[in-house]
Design a protein around this ligand. Structure first.
Ligand SMILES: [Fe+2]
Length: 372
């Protein structure tokens, strides 16, 4: 029988921080890690500090995380935590911020050089991390994975350790109310990719299938909202649950080639993560038709769609206006990291398949699909 490991305490619903303070309040000083805006705008930071103040928890706030935050800054944050006696970490924000909190928690607890974090073996357990996502996409709040920039925005690299699962995650969809619609769309598509890549994966099991298919179904039920931009509170709750479910599924299976290939679009062309993956998802599904059509059909059925409609949805929600050339694709292939996930891909995913997906998705964008 397959096994499933997910040690993160999940608390969800409106006002969940104030309803479950004992999971936010721990012994000793706390470091709150945030970006520059969303933690304040969303109201999440005020809810957290209210609870910490009521319970006389000493805390510091580090509110400097940006998309450019790299490993040196994260290492310095870990050192600052250690020197000031921080005992646990609260990350509030999108995926980058939560990953910074998770990585700094490793550095704070371990004498190591910055790059040693990629050895994925830590003498001491990282500081406990509480995650409060303010976007509905990352899944970092339910995974053991951490993605970091290597001080060069074009070089990003991930590590994983079961010690890096968050201790607790609070899911309050009100914190996503202030997201611009573009970010809501990109992050929803990122979550969709996590769920699809987990379902179409050699490591998938009945347990991961349950959460990945439900995540796809939940996002599928928000199709109209994502297209029109009229996203209700109920939609936001569904999208947040879907995002964390996608993370849970990926924690079990790992990702697949869509993220590996999308990584090139983000690193080389600075296309936002969710949109970069979304640009390739339909072509990956089309490729899957010849490798495991039954499970590919499961995906579009759970999305309450068919392949042709799926493509129309993606073209509306995450269009790819950039122009690409064969030379761009040569660069993507030279830098390919598909080898790191090839074993997760059902079927033999060749370099020629990789090239063809890039060409179809980025150059022959108007390609039409027959339904199966
Ligand atoms: Fe992602």
């Amino acid at each position: 029988m397959p096994k499933y490991f997910m040690p993160t305490m999940l608390l969800s619903g409106k006002n969940c921080i104030k309803r479950h303070p004992r999971h936010l309040v721990r012994d000793g000083k706390c470091m709150i890690v945030t970006g520059r805006k969303s933690a304040v705008l969303s109201g999440a930071l005020a809810d957290v500090t209210d609870v910490l103040d009521e319970n006389n928890v000493e805390y510091e706030i580090y509110d400097k995380v940006t998309a450019l935050t790299g490993i040196s800054e994260i290492y310095a944050l870990g050192m600052r935590m250690r020197e000031s006696g921080v005992k646990y970490v609260i990350g509030i924000g999108g995926g980058t911020t939560l990953d910074v909190a998770k990585a700094a928690a490793v550095y704070a607890a371990n004498d190591m050089q910055p790059m040693d974090i990629y050895k994925e073996h830590y003498k001491n357990d990282p500081l406990k991390v509480v995650c409060i996502p303010t976007t509905a996409g990352t899944g970092s709040d339910t995974t053991q994975y951490v993605m970091m920039s290597l001080d060069d925005v074009h070089k990003r690299r991930s590590f994983r350790s079961n010690k890096c699962f968050p201790y607790a995650t609070f899911l309050d969809s009100r914190y996503t109310n202030t997201l611009p619609i573009e970010v809501t769309r990109h992050t929803a598509v990122d979550a969709l990719c996590h769920a699809v890549e987990s379902y179409l994966n050699t490591q998938a099991s009945e347990f991961s299938d349950t959460v990945s298919l439900e995540a796809i179904r939940l996002i599928g039920s928000c199709k109209e909202a994502l297209i029109t931009g009229r996203v209700t509170e109920e939609d936001r709750e569904k999208l947040l649950v879907a995002a964390s479910s996608g993370g849970m599924a990926v924690a079990h299976t790992g990702l697949n080639v869509v993220h590996a290939m999308g990584h090139q679009l983000t690193c080389e062309k600075e296309i936002p993560h969710g949109r970069a993956n979304g640009a390739l998802l339909v072509e990956f599904l089309a490729w899957m038709r010849t490798h495991d059509i039954m499970r590919a059909v499961d995906v579009v059925t759970a999305f309450d769609s068919d392949l042709s409609s799926f493509k129309k949805f993606m073209d509306k929600v995450v269009p790819t206006p950039e122009e690409f050339t064969e030379a761009d694709i040569d660069v993507f292939l030279q830098n390919s990291i598909v080898n790191t996930v090839r074993q997760n891909c059902p079927g033999d995913f060749t370099p020629e398949d990789e090239r063809q997906i890039y060409v179809n998705a980025l150059i022959e964008k108007r390609r039409k699909f027959n339904n199966w």
